[in-house]
Write a protein of this length. Sequence first.
Length: 321
Amino acid sequence: MPPKGRHTTSHEVDIKAPAERVYRIVADAADWPQRFVPTIHVEHTGLGAGAERLEIWATGNGEVKHWTSRRELDPAARRVEFRQEVSSPPVASMGGTWIVSQEPNGVTRLVLEHDFEAVDDDPEGVAWITRATDRNSATELGNIKALAEGWDRLAELTFSFEDSVVVNGAPEEVYDFLYRADLWPERLPHVASMKFAEEEPGVQEMAMETRTKDGSTHTTESVRVCFPHERIVYKQLVPPSLMTAHLGEWTFTAEGEGRVRATSRHTVTVKEDAITTVLGEGATVQTAKEFIRKAAGGNSTATLNLAKEFVEARRGEARHG
């Protein structure tokens, strides 16, 4: 029996893939944002001897939560144990275990166990955590099953690209332009409107309506995690129809005296079964990649060039003011 106030859950799924592959997906936390729908961003620190610390931003019941966990990895037993070091209310404590076992007929069973306590053992908190754990566990297990069973296609469908500009300015000036996304409708011609919230400093939730060259608009919802003057990472919660996942990152690197290189990076997984629907008969994975590269890269480059113009114009005004 768990002690009073401690609650447990267990979820499992059978996967038609080798156990080693399934374990590798669970163990490779750096790729979780690309692979798991609820995970926004992961900061990874190796601690040696099979231990690691993860700082994680993820959604739960429609809210963005942030916590730090320590994990112990056992490749021989194909087990990963985790325990939150810093939790986010209403969670007071949480831990658990991933267990990967090879079953007969080439099937792998993946079990995800949780134990948790709610702040003050509040019944509403317990219910919230249970709902979030059930929903996220089912989503994660479903993601892992799809990834493991479709592993041979994953490498072809996922790709990255980047664009950069050099700005006469300081990293903090360019960072501030990208950080102040609430002002983008005034500053960026391709942004028609923006719903913006930053309830926790540095964690931004955005619903942005973007104009395309043909005059139409589309809305994307994203969560951004901001690391002042260094980088801003983001994930689209509902990616465009041609993608199953879309992550991005803005970085700001000083280049000599008074210059900064601002770079936009994208990592995208193409939604293969949507290619011909979106792009027409005869379109291929390569066609989709080229379309995404042009569209997403074009918007990012436009934003970088506008940031350059804004920062350099301000500097010019300061010199002549």
